[in-house]
Design a protein around this ligand. Structure first.
Ligand SMILES: C[S@@+](CC[C@H](N)C(=O)[O-])C[C@H]1O[C@@H](n2cnc3c(N)ncnc32)[C@H](O)[C@@H]1O
Length: 235
């Protein structure tokens, strides 16, 4: 398995993570999350697990825009999960969050300790690229899904159109790190993003890795000209 030999400490940027996400994606990140919800379209009794949930934006999007009443957000970072919990407290009076079963769990996605075959859907947005042992996380997701359950992954990718790819590379390699310096006081978080996206796009055969872990690819959809890809796979 190809791995990127640099791990990134997300806790160091947790407090400013949301603002940075929305600013640098020009707010399009909401549309990518909505695409995941529309793709899976969970029914009222179906259980969703969002792995690498960060501050929980995708988990909240399920609560707000889908019928599912049972959503779990899991992340290895206690700080990120703490921020998700704070967000839930702030949103507690909203009608779309009341009477829903929301759980937050601090755990490593490679060994969650959750019950086998207990989720209808598992999602992972912009997380799997950062986990060195993808085989372990894919096996764990396979274990947690019910038979016929679905996995939906969002990851950054590079546009196939050569002009768009060149423009996007300039944005990723130069503009984003400069913006990162302003937002985080360091270029490193967004330099890491550029390195890891390049590695993921050029070195990783994710379809093969999913298939080796037992998943069947249902579809692979480029979003926003291919700067993000949605992968849908079944158990
Ligand atoms: C780029 S953030 C994505 C957050 C969120 N899904 C989003 O779309 O904004 C990646 C997250 O993956 C988490 N993460 C990294 N390695 C992990 C692991 N082994 N198990 C669980 N979470 C992990 C990090 O703590 C971080 O919150």
């Amino acid at each position: 398995m190809n791995t990127l030999n640099t791990k990134f400490d997300f806790e160091s940027i947790a407090e400013r993570y949301d603002r940075c996400n929305h600013l640098l994606s020009f707010g399009i990140d909401h549309l990518w999350r909505r695409e995941v919800i529309q793709t899976l379209n969970p029914k009222i009794q179906q259980r969703v697990l969002d792995i690498c949930t960060g501050t929980g934006d995708l988990a909240f999007a399920f609560l707000r825009h889908s019928h599912s009443k049972d959503v779990t957000g899991l992340d290895i970072s206690k700080v990120m999960i703490g921020l998700a919990q704070e967000k839930q407290n702030r949103l507690a009076s909203k009608p779309w969050i009341k009477n829903k079963n929301v759980r937050w769990q601090v755990a490593d996605a490679t060994k969650t300790g959750l019950e086998s075959k207990s989720f209808d859907f598992i999602t992972c947005a912009f997380g799997i690229r950062n986990i060195p042992d993808r085989t372990a996380v894919l096996k764990e997701m396979f274990r947690l899904l019910k038979p016929n359950g679905k996995l939906c992954v969002l990851e950054f990718s590079l546009p196939s159109n050569p002009l768009l790819r060149t423009i996007y590379r300039l944005y990723l390699n130069y503009i984003m790190p400069a913006a990162g310096k302003l937002l985080f006081g360091s270029k490193e978080p967004l330099k890491y993003l550029a390195r890891s996206v390049h590695h993921w796009h050029t070195e990783v055969n994710f379809v093969r890795e999913m298939s080796d872990s037992g998943f069947t690819l249902i579809r692979k959809v480029p979003l926003t000209g291919g700067i993000v890809t949605l992968w849908l796979a079944g158990k």
